[in-house]
Design a protein around this ligand. Structure first.
Ligand code: CMX
Length: 136
């Protein structure tokens, strides 16, 4: 597996409304999309920084992944996402390498990307997402 770039960095926040103005100011660019991902129990807000995005994540359910994360660790960097070509193949490779998959098969994430997560307990504490944009 060889990712093409960092697709996005996910940041857990208590309130999108409160945090969006800060990122608009430091990045000098407007938030270009807000999307609820019901499946993941989050509302997301996106900014572009070159080829990479910043994805703010507000939980819609205290028992969801971001709700639990904030309860334990507070606001902050939640995950890093690498763009790959051939997500199924990449998942096979990381699994063969002994890395624990959260998602055995790709599923749909924000912005229509196909995504899968690797477990932070086997990636040295960093929740890692692999994603593929099949429209590219
Ligand atoms: N980064 C690093 N470690 C994390 C973590 C994160 N984002 N989230 C949880 N952990 C750690 C916890 O601190 C905990 O460690 P300890 O046992 O040492 O305390 C351990 O993982 C288990 O955490 P938990 O709170 O008991 O939560 P679960 O086991 O129920 O779930 C995880 C953890 C990673 C499997 C789950 O959060 C998950 O499936 N995440 C992937 C999906 C996701 O995060 N979706 C939100 C983003 C969606 C999007 O980008 O669109």
């Amino acid at each position: 597996m060889k990712p093409t770039h960092i697709e996005h960095i996910g940041i857990a926040v208590n309130s999108l409304a409160e945090v969006i103005p800060y990122y608009e100011r430091i990045l000098g660019t407007a938030c270009y999309a807000i999307e609820e991902v019901a499946d993941q129990r989050v509302k997301t807000a996106f900014f572009k920084v070159g080829q990479t995005k910043i994805e703010l994540l507000e939980s819609t359910d205290p028992e969801g992944p971001v709700g639990k994360f904030i309860e334990k660790k507070g606001e902050g960097i939640h995950h890093i996402a690498f763009a790959v070509n051939g997500l199924e193949q990449a998942l096979e490779e990381v699994k063969e390498g002994g890395i624990r998959l959260i998602d055995e098969k790709p599923r749909m994430g924000a912005e229509g990307l196909h995504i899968a997560f690797l477990h932070p307990k086997s990636t040295f504490g960093v929740l890692t997402e692999l994603c593929e944009d099949k429209n590219k």
